[in-house]
Ligand binder design. Structure first.
Ligand SMILES: Cc1cc2nc3c(=O)[nH]c(=O)nc-3n(C[C@H](O)[C@H](O)[C@H](O)COP(=O)(O)O)c2cc1C
Length: 176
């Protein structure tokens, strides 16, 4: 069995989240190739312990341990106030600076404004630089209008599907 493992963080607090749907579709592609993905979202944490960054909290401690042992990290977020969400920030803030060293990093964001998507892609790069990830896979940034097929809102657009296929391949290459 393959040992390839990564962690994902869904940064949207929304129950019907576009960015989380895209993340899940990416994860399905990776799992089909034998990658083990440990999924995290706001629901994985005790809110009080998360916001206080209590490192001895069992859920926080489990997240940190999973991040340390994974080979990469995949982030997904809606753009809130021209950046990634506070939920994602609170989760990532749990990690010590060396936790992602020598791993790969990838971010996915959805938003209403293209300018804010670009700002969020830059924020991902800054975050990965802080953690000294070895390899940053180019972010996927999609406007709300670009996520779904304009004729059938139960399906992703062709463009979104292509980007997910491309980044799944890039992640598989990064995992070796
Ligand atoms: C609180 C809040 C703040 C937002 N701020 C921005 C913003 O600054 N720029 C932008 O382009 N879109 C903004 N949006 C729109 C969302 O980024 C966009 O609809 C996104 O695709 C939602 O993703 P989700 O479905 O995964 O939650 C905001 C939405 C909410 C609810």
């Amino acid at each position: 069995m393959s040992q390839r493992t990564l962690i994902s963080i869904a940064g949207s607090p929304s129950d019907s989240s576009r960015s989380t749907l895209l993340l899940n579709a990416l994860i399905l592609r990776l799992e089909a190739k034998g990658v083990s993905v440990r999924r995290f979202s706001l629901d994985s944490f005790d809110p009080r312990a998360l916001l206080r960054a209590q490192l001895d909290d069992p859920k926080n401690a489990r997240f940190i341990a999973e991040a340390r042992s994974a080979e990469g990290i995949v982030l997904a977020t809606p753009v809130y106030k021209a950046g990634y969400t506070g939920a994602l920030k609170a989760i990532v803030d749990l990690l010590p600076p060396e936790a992602l060293q020598e791993k790969f990093g990838f971010g996915l964001a959805t938003a209403k404004s293209r300018a804010h998507l670009e700002a969020t892609a830059v924020s991902f790069s800054r975050l990965f630089a802080f953690f000294r990830v070895a390899h940053e896979i180019p972010a996927v940034t999609l406007l709300d209008d670009e996520v779904f097929d304009p004729r059938d809102h139960t399906r992703f657009s062709t463009g979104a599907e292509r980007l997910l296929d491309d980044r799944a391949q890039a992640i598989l290459r990064a995992l070796g």
